[in-house]
Design a protein around this ligand. Structure first.
Ligand code: SF4
Length: 354
């Protein structure tokens, strides 16, 4: 079974592969960009970002020296911002320590920030046709079903066992195509959310789960942890055609992204205390929209307050007054705050403050 998987999948891939822009190149930089963007993110979401990113930042040298704010703007909306911060750190290493040449060996590529075993295998196999596997959750699911693995594949022992099985299937050449065929099979046929399309699967003749009718039970689901709920008040503070925004800490969730000021849930009194601490005189104030945002482990419930203030005080470090054009073009606000920017863009929102 193992020896025929690669041949079968490569033939299937030749006919059914998805047309994706990063498949028209062997440039390791472009493939790296695509792999970083695709982590935790759907292909359709990535497509416009990928093309724009390569237009604006076409080489690893450009990435190493790009202004941080411009870089974050390119990533705005993709989430998981540590990915792009690591990319810049990695680009600096490539430029300063590797003569600007993207590494083509396991030892060098795995040194780069943000590149783990999956990404290293994907880049080396796709860009250089080297025989490394690229094993992510999708590939693990396909193989768990092929061998009818009944234990949880997140168990380190089982994971290691599955990796050994997958490695044995690698073809000596066209390993990049093989890895991409597995990715496509996992994304389009051997589905994780929803029923796998076994009738259309090129591997159904050798799939033990299909044979035994257990394909929807495998891989065994690990119970999900409940998300922690946090409640915040978002302060939309208007002064002289501008809105107050704040740069988050360089550590932790949404590090270095911009936000509308936010304070733990409370009452109007807490909003007024915040304004007072900045020396703002509040001319008008009213509650606005409530929004929620889901992170992997957290749920934010955000109640917004919109207000107009008068002030001649200098802002503390990390705060700026920004027009809506500035917010659109210069500052990278995380997706969680997007509904509030839309609110501010609505007609008459400022008039209602008068
Ligand atoms: S036959 Fe079904 S379960 Fe098995 S690999 Fe194909 S799609 Fe997945």
């Amino acid at each position: 079974m193992i020896s025929s998987i690669a041949n079968t999948l490569l033939s299937w891939y030749a006919q059914h592969k998805r047309t994706l822009p990063w498949r028209n190149t062997h440039d390791p930089y472009a493939i790296w960009v695509s792999e970083m963007m695709l982590q935790q993110t759907q292909v359709n979401t990535v497509l416009p970002y990928y093309e724009r990113f390569l237009e604006e930042i076409p080489t690893v040298h450009d990435l190493a020296y790009i202004d941080d704010e411009k870089l974050m703007k390119q990533w705005q909306g993709l989430g998981y911002y540590s990915r792009v911060k690591n990319m810049k750190k990695a680009a600096l290493i490539v430029v300063n320590e590797m003569n600007g040449k993207f590494p083509s060996t396991w030892e060098n590529i795995i040194r780069l920030p943000g590149i783990g075993e999956y990404s290293a295998g994907a880049i080396l196999s796709i860009a250089y046709d080297l025989p490394y596997p690229a094993i992510d959750g999708n590939v693990m699911r396909v193989f768990a079903r092929l061998v009818n693995e009944e234990e949880e594949v997140t168990n380190p022992k089982i994971k290691q066992k599955m990796k050994e099985v997958i490695k044995k299937t690698l073809p000596p050449i066209r390993c990049g195509d093989y890895n991409q065929a597995l990715m496509d099979l996992g994304a389009t046929i051997c589905l994780g959310n929803g029923v796998p399309k076994c009738g259309m699967c090129p591997l159904n003749a050798c799939c033990k789960a299909y044979d035994q009718g257990t394909q929807t039970l495998i891989p065994r689901k690990v119970p999900k942890k409940e998300r922690i709920i946090e409640e915040w008040m978002i302060l939309l503070i208007h002064h002289h055609e501008k809105w107050l925004i704040h740069q988050r800490s360089s550590e932790g969730l949404l590090a270095s992204m911009w936000e509308y000021p936010m304070i733990p849930i409370g009452s109007q009194k807490n909003v007024l205390s915040f304004c007072e601490s900045f020396g703002f005189i509040v001319d008008s104030l009213h509650p606005a929209r409530i929004e929620t945002h889901l992170f992997t482990h957290k749920k934010w419930i955000m109640t917004s307050w919109i207000m107009k203030v008068t002030t001649d005080k200098v802002l503390p470090k990390g705060y700026v007054w920004a027009t809506l054009d500035d917010i659109h073009e210069i500052y990278s606000l995380a997706t969680a705050y997007e509904p509030f920017t839309h609110l501010l863009l609505e007609n008459k929102v400022v008039e209602r403050l008068k």
